[in-house]
Design a protein around this ligand. Structure first.
Ligand code: FAD
Length: 585
């Protein structure tokens, strides 16, 4: 969403010489003498105790300003337990003894995009994901916005990857058959004072290389967006901002990678890395240990833990939660652009302005919020966060909280420098880190993937011949969507296969045929959420109230499991407890 910098006038930050003495003095002054500060392999390390997570994170931010390679924040917080990586219960030895030229850890949008880029090369590649599907974590819990690139701090990796990624997404979506729209983003001015900042905003957009921007007068805003509240003072329009479905895009990237030879292994959690000298020799998982020529760490909120498995924990991640509300699809026509009305007086480089995003499917997304909060996978929503979203809804006079059909939260994995890490490891010869991919990570994904894949291929060229894969295909598998067809096209499809005529999800008009396709696809949907990500069944106004039992039946039938074994999101989330008298198996 709209991100507004803390200072309106930005100086690109100059790298500083690491200075542990100065860092310690400042940390002690601001955060107390109890925090031990040391230098470890080029990074700054903090130890001690903090009363709250906010204090721990604040100390990490302070440490980030002293020119070290990274901040390793080992401060413990009273009452907050160290989180443990949990492996799925599968232990079938599937990966035992296998060899891959490249192993990518993490099936979010970043790992899936990297796997697809790597698939252009004639290498053996595995994408290991601990969950029962791709896009289970942050990559399905975001706003789906392909940011223009204006908001990122000039000179950062975030800024460069965002602008490059923004240009790459549209052609990539065309290849993958994923919807992409470019509504543009309108940053509304709430006062004449904010409107006067236009030259500064334009300068920042220019420095980041953003593709186009315009100053819109009050009357232009009123003409383009008649439902926007009257007390606006014009706006800063960024036409390059786009939207897509982040989970559909991630699934499509993974499927495209599979079509080009990548082995996507779900339910496979990397639990350790066996080292041989300065290289990773074996990747240990719950499904056995495999050998790997190169390892790419794209583990999202666990990337610092994975780095630690290789003895290369030069950074720590802190978690920034974000909550969004989804409005009913009937709101779609109430605005044309992505809208936000930030308060420039409260702007901050680390927090999002938030706003109203018309999604590619026709809903309006409200949010996200931003708050530092422990919990790498804590997706509970809090009443206070929802209340916070109301301020955005007020921008558009046609919207109200009564149109909210559901809400969700996600967790951004952030470094203390608040920038991405996309680099070969300094210490481990065959490791590439792609970490700290907070927002705008979705927007940046295709550009990050190009660079990370290039780095992995460079390492691989040291032990194998690297040549392009012959017959590489840019597209992904396509299955028909009857609701998008003309009446004649739909009739012809139903004649060929009547399952496309049996509507299961009435809100989103999803047919049985589409659900069957999702279960039978190359990356099969094995849970209700996985069906949702592929077909949208259950994502409409009733939010699965009507279609859930029917989808469960189809899933059970097609996967050959009893109804009570069907899960919402993998083992442990079964919807039924077992058969009752006379139940069908
Ligand atoms: C509320 C919110 C809104 C956002 N909005 C936007 C937006 O509009 N635009 C934008 O550009 N960005 C946005 N972002 C940021 C964007 O969602 C992330 O940058 C992006 O999804 C990160 O992708 P990822 O693949 O790195 O992480 P993830 O999607 O979390 O993927 C990492 C994967 O690694 C797996 N994994 C972890 N450890 C292991 C292990 N040991 N073994 C095997 N697998 C492992 C996890 O299960 C996970 O699936 C938003 C984020 C949030 C929270």
């Amino acid at each position: 969403m709209l991100v507004i910098p803390r200072r309106i006038s930005h100086q690109e930050s100059r790298p500083r010489e690491p200075n542990a003495r100065k860092a310690a003095a400042r940390i002690h002054r601001l955060h107390g003498e109890g925090i031990a500060v040391s230098e470890a392999r080029g990074s700054i390390r903090l130890e001690g105790e903090a009363a709250s997570y906010g204090e721990k994170v604040a100390a990490g931010w302070t440490a980030a300003g002293f020119g070290f390679k990274g901040v390793v924040n080992d401060i413990v917080v009273a009452g907050v337990a160290e989180e443990r990586l949990e492996s799925p219960a599968v232990s079938d030895g599937l990966l035992e003894g296998a060899y891959f030229d490249v192993v990518v850890i993490g099936g979010g949008v970043i790992g899936s995009a990297i796997a697809r880029e790597l698939s252009r090369w004639d290498l053996s590649i595995a994408l290991l994901e601990k969950e029962c599907d791709v896009a289970v974590h942050t990559s399905s819990r975001n706003d789906g916005m392909i940011h223009d690139g204006f908001a990122a701090k000039p000179g950062t990796k975030k800024a460069a990857y965002n602008v490059r990624g923004n240009r790459l997404w549209e052609p990539l979506c065309a290849e993958l058959g994923v919807d992409f729209k470019r509504p543009g983003s309108l940053v509304l001015f709430r006062s004449p004072w904010s409107a006067a900042l236009y030259p500064v905003l334009a300068d920042r957009a220019r420095r980041n290389g953003v593709d186009g921007w315009e100053l819109w007068s009050r009357s232009r805003v009123a003409a383009e967006e008649p439902n926007v509240v009257a007390d606006q003072h014009g706006g800063f329009f960024l036409p390059s901002a786009g939207v897509l479905s982040p989970y559909k895009a991630t699934v499509a990237l993974a499927e495209s990678a599979m079509m080009n030879g990548v082995r996507v292994v779900l339910n496979s959690c990397v639990t350790g890395l066996d080292m041989d000298g300065g290289s990773i020799a074996r990747v240990l998982t719950n499904r056995g240990a495999c050998r790997a020529g190169v390892v790419v760490n794209a583990a999202g909120n666990w990337a610092d833990v994975v780095a630690g498995m290789a003895g290369d924990r030069f950074f720590s991640l802190h978690q920034r939660r974000g909550t969004d509300a989804i409005l009913d699809a009937s709101t779609a026509s109430s605005q044309r652009h992505i809208l936000g009305m930030p308060d420039f007086l409260r702007m901050h480089s680390r927090t999002k302005g938030g706003g109203l995003v018309p999604t590619v499917e026709g809903n309006v997304l409200v949010g996200p919020t931003a708050s530092e909060s422990p919990g790498r996978e804590d997706y509970a929503t809090r009443p206070g966060e929802l209340a916070e979203l109301e301020k955005h809804i007020r921008i558009n006079g046609e919207l109200s909280m009564s149109q909210v059909i559901t809400y969700f939260s996600g967790v951004r994995p952030c470094t203390y420098e608040e920038d991405f890490i996309v680099e070969k490891s300094d210490r481990v010869a065959n490791l590439v880190h792609v970490a700290g991919i907070q927002s705008p990570g979705l927007a940046s994904a295709p550009a990050i993937a190009e660079d990370a894949a290039r780095m992995a291929v460079e390492i691989a060229s040291g032990f194998t011949a690297t040549r392009p894969r012959s017959g590489w295909r840019p597209d992904g598998p396509a299955s028909p969507e009857p609701r998008r067809l003309s009446p004649d096209g739909r009739n012809a499809l139903i004649e060929r296969n009547p399952a496309y005529g049996r509507i299961v999800c009435r809100c989103e008009e999803v047919s049985e045929g589409e659900i069957v396709d999702a279960v039978r696809s190359s990356l099969p949907a094995t849970s209700l959420d996985a069906i949702k990500r592929r077909t949208r069944a259950g994502m409409g106004r009733c939010h699965g109230g009507f279609c859930t039992p029917r989808v469960m039946e189809i899933l059970a039938r097609e996967s050959g499991v009893p109804l009570w074994a069907v899960t919402k999101k993998g083992p442990g989330s079964e919807l039924c407890v077992g058969p009752t008298k006379g139940a069908r198996s």
